[in-house]
Design a binder for this molecule. Structure first.
Ligand code: PLP
Length: 381
């Protein structure tokens, strides 16, 4: 099994950081790459036209590899998830009577644009509530989602693992059902891609959108997306020079070019050459590809399983492991425990987790150890 990688980060020993789903710590090598990118601008005479394109292409290739796509032209550089979703929405036109399927409490960036689309088009948002009962909750939530995809469904937009509690959705089953009814499958991979395996060739999503500052270990305001051939003739939400064909030829930029670069290039944000964030993402993706998401899952499982048993023995509820990530899961605390004092206790002891309702969200990575999880168990005694 892969070893703990704490030496690749700068996390002091008194900090227990279990909150990667909020924001990952920056690996040291990613920090160095960013500083190099920053200082390069002191000497713009050393930045050439090829530097606007080649590093971006390398990042696209690395991300394509991570999600097992054999076509890096399908990858777009995005500033945020909301931007990536807006590109999708710009290119679909539902009619009254049709529906869009979402899950309850999805992250707002994968909700508001759909809500606007519904308001403007007269279609319905079909929001699949989480089951009230905790018995086989993940399994039942998946079943409910599948049941609600019907011939009037235009698109299903779902995470792979839910941001609030890590509930895992069976994307292959969802893809089969959306294919049966002719609906799009749009995935927000922010809380899974990088730490949980994602295979574009198996899942065949129509779009996969990921913020880069969590499990992709990159900087803020930098994300990556994949758009399938369904969007090859799509209209982007903005028109920038660099996405047009032959933009490499700086002398001819005002020979206005009607054609976009192929496939998903058209959806890249303006100024996507980002001289600081691109080298950071390149380094981060190299690290992740070296580690591999399946190894990250195995490692997180190995450091969390004893603690999960102890937490359950102490009256907590945690989803069964086939319906959650090992890198992200919710711990529902016993009713008799005062959540405010657990929260305070966590902060006082430098234990960083997130709290939602009466649940605690734990999100470990390769820099954590069993000891970090034992400290969490200590909060619930
Ligand atoms: C599931 C999910 N999607 C998206 C985001 C971020 O969205 P945006 O990039 O639009 O700020 C987050 C941030 O927590 C998230 O958890």
């Amino acid at each position: 099994m892969i070893a703990c990688q704490k030496d690749k980060f700068s996390i002091p020993d008194h900090i227990t950081y279990l909150n990667c789903s909020y924001m990952s710590p920056l690996p040291n090598e990613v920090e160095t790459a960013g500083i190099e990118g920053l200082t390069n601008k002191k000497h713009p005479w050393e930045i050439f036209p090829a530097d606007f394109f080649n590093p971006v292409e390398e990042v696209k290739k690395l991300f394509a590899k991570l999600i097992n796509s054999n076509d890096h032209q399908r990858i777009a550089i995005l500033p945020s998830v909301s931007y990536g979703i807006a590109n999708v929405i710009k290119n679909i036109s539902p009619k009254p009577g049709q529906n869009i399927v979402l899950l309850e409490e999805q992250f707002p960036s994968n909700f508001y644009s759909w809500q606007r689309l519904a308001d403007e088009s007269g279609c319905t948002l079909r929001i699949i509530k989480a089951p009230d009962s905790l018995v086989n909750r993940g399994e039942k939530w998946n079943e409910e989602l599948l049941k609600n995809i019907d011939p009037s469904t235009v698109a299903v937009s779902t995470p792979q693992t839910h941001w609030a509690d890590g509930t895992l959705f069976d994307l292959e089953k969802i893809r089969n059902k959306t294919n049966e009814v002719g609906a799009l499958l749009i995935i927000d991979g922010t809380q899974s891609v990088g730490a949980f395996p994602f295979d574009v060739q198996k899942i065949k999503p129509d779009a996969l959108i990921c913020a880069g500052y969590k499990w992709l270990l990159g900087s803020y305001a930098f994300g990556l997306g994949y758009y399938s051939e369904k969007f090859d003739k799509g209209i982007p939400i903005e028109e920038n020079w660099i996405n047009r064909l032959d933009s490499e030829d700086f002398q001819k930029l005002v020979h206005y070019q009607p054609q976009y670069k192929p496939a998903a290039h058209r959806f890249c944000v303006g100024e996507n050459s980002q001289f600081i964030a691109i080298p950071m993402m390149k380094k981060a993706l190299q690290l992740i590809l070296d580690w591999r998401p399946e190894n990250i899952q195995e490692y997180c499982k190995s450091i969390t399983s004893d603690a999960i048993e102890e937490l359950r023995n102490n009256g907590c509820w945690i989803e069964n492991e086939s319906y959650r990530g090992h890198h992200l899961f919710g711990v529902r605390l016993p009713e008799n425990l005062d959540i405010e004092s657990v929260k305070k206790n966590a902060l006082d002891n430098n234990i960083f987790v997130s709290f939602r309702g009466n649940a605690m969200r734990i999100a470990p990575h390769l820099f954590n150890t069993k000891n970090d999880l034992e400290r969490v168990v200590g909060l619930v005694q």
